[in-house]
Design a protein around this ligand. Structure first.
Ligand code: UDP
Length: 422
């Protein structure tokens, strides 16, 4: 593969109009957003990420880019060509895990391969015209450093690096410090030695205008899940929507579910983690383990293979149709799935991951639990108290409207770009 093929431009045909999203924004924020957008008009921003499908980063960029364009800011998005090979993504998967705290070392050969691919990506970046270059997550992190560029460079970390594995962090930190700005999704994820004046904290947000955020009645959603997923309509449904990943702890969910069945023997469990992307080969292993465990269980539904499914629609229907949504993560950058469920007025029961606490206020708009036993208790509690669930669900939706909708994040981004340019 020659160097011009290392990146692929993501074609985004979607067009949004400012009036479509400004209706969700309070008057003061609206005025501010329009003001900063005007100052940035005519400038060009390029984002780079590992992949355009699956995962939270893709979700954010799929919204951010059209919103920026609608406000008159030229923006494009490039992803790493999957043809760089499985080996590279296996290495970056290890890198990702070690940055989240797994004690996995990368061998000398693996670092060399990482650098080799990133240098070739850098060659591509040098040919892309822009004022601001934003690199998302560690896969293309090196490329922004290796490229000889006369541009403002921003690194955006979407994961929890607060307890990154030291030997790996020592290699990654100088790369991050090479950027003009570093963005994290949570203050707690900033790992020590990053120069303070470079750092920004942007809480993620969801796009209220996309199919995934459709709000429908439980009945309609359950009809859909029956028809397209074979999930019986009239039994209590517990669900976790997440990539099959050790950090999302799906095994703990199954353990809790079995306890719930002592009280609600007819309860059903959905674990959905549609496998759409090649940058997460580990998911196949985790999924296989879970499948082996639940193969003969007629009350557990696993959704992994995306073929024949409209993923956004299907995911939205799980979030609308479940009686209890859980997110049992041990580590979580933020958990867009939680925001998505809260938008649909679901109080979410979250696991011990710090990232979840930004959204879930224990006892108010959801619950935070530490063990499968506690998870089971709270599931039973919500199933037994629908009126309380409704009140908490309302609080959950209000939290999202106040803090986690995309126009807020768009404003954060534009202010960041301006801070570089000025
Ligand atoms: N997602 C989905 N279907 C699935 C699993 C995940 O649509 O079966 C989406 C989900 O709705 C969310 C994103 O993938 O928008 C996952 O983002 P999150 O921040 O929750 O986790 P990440 O995968 O980035 O760790």
């Amino acid at each position: 593969m020659n160097s011009t093929e290392m990146l692929k431009k993501v074609l985004i045909n979607r067009q949004v109009k400012p009036r479509d999203f400004l209706k969700f924004v309070a008057p003061k924020q609206k005025a501010e957003l329009l003001k900063v957008a005007a100052a940035m008009r005519g400038k060009r921003v390029v984002h780079v990420s590992a992949t355009a499908i699956g995962g939270g980063v893709a979700e954010i960029l799929n919204g951010l880019i059209p919103y920026l364009r609608s406000l008159g800011i030229e923006s494009d998005w490039y992803t790493i060509n999957p043809r760089v090979g499985k080996r590279f993504f296996t290495i970056t998967n290890k890198l990702h895990n070690s940055l989240q705290g797994s004690p996995v070392k990368l061998t000398e050969r693996e670092w060399n391969e990482y650098e080799k691919v990133n240098k070739r990506i850098a060659g591509n970046l040098e040919m892309i015209d822009c004022d601001i270059l934003a690199i998302n997550d560690p896969q293309p992190l090196g490329a922004g450093v290796f490229a000889h560029l006369n541009k403002h460079k921003i690194y955006i970390s979407h994961i929890d690096t607060s307890s990154a594995f030291k030997p790996v962090w020592r290699k990654v930190l100088p790369l991050i410090n090479n950027y003009h700005r570093a963005v994290f999704s949570n203050r707690a994820f900033i790992n020590g030695a990053i120069l303070k004046n470079k750092v920004r904290v942007f809480t993620p947000a969801i796009d209220p205008l996309v199919v995934k955020q459709t709000v429908v009645s439980r009945t309609a959603a359950r009809r859909y899940l029956k028809r397209y997923g074979g999930v019986p309509k009239n039994r209590p449904l517990i669900a976790q929507v997440s990539r099959f990943d050790i950090w999302k702890n799906p095994l703990g969910v199954i353990e809790a579910f079995r306890l719930v069945q002592n009280t609600f023997p007819k309860a059903l469990l959905v674990l959905a983690g549609f496998h759409e992307t090649k940058d997460n080969p580990a998911a196949i292993g985790v999924y296989s383990d879970i499948k082996a465990l639940s193969e003969k269980a007629p009350d557990i539904f696993l959704f992994f293979d995306p073929r024949g499914k409209k993923i956004s629609e299907f995911t939205a229907m799980i979030q609308n149709g479940a009686d209890v949504i859980v997110q049992n993560s041990i580590k979580e950058g933020f958990g867009l799935v939680v925001t998505e469920a809260m938008w649909k007025s679901q109080p979410v029961i979250g696991g011990p991951a710090d990232g979840l606490r930004v959204q879930i206020k224990n006892g108010k708009n959801g619950f935070i639990v530490k063990t499968p036993q506690e998870l089971a208790e709270k599931i039973v509690h919500l199933l037994e108290h629908p009126a309380k669930k409704k009140i908490m669900g309302k609080a959950a939706r209000e939290t999202v409207i106040r803090k986690f909708l995309l126009p807020r994040l768009v404003a954060d981004h534009i202010k960041l770009y301006l801070s570089c340019i000025r």
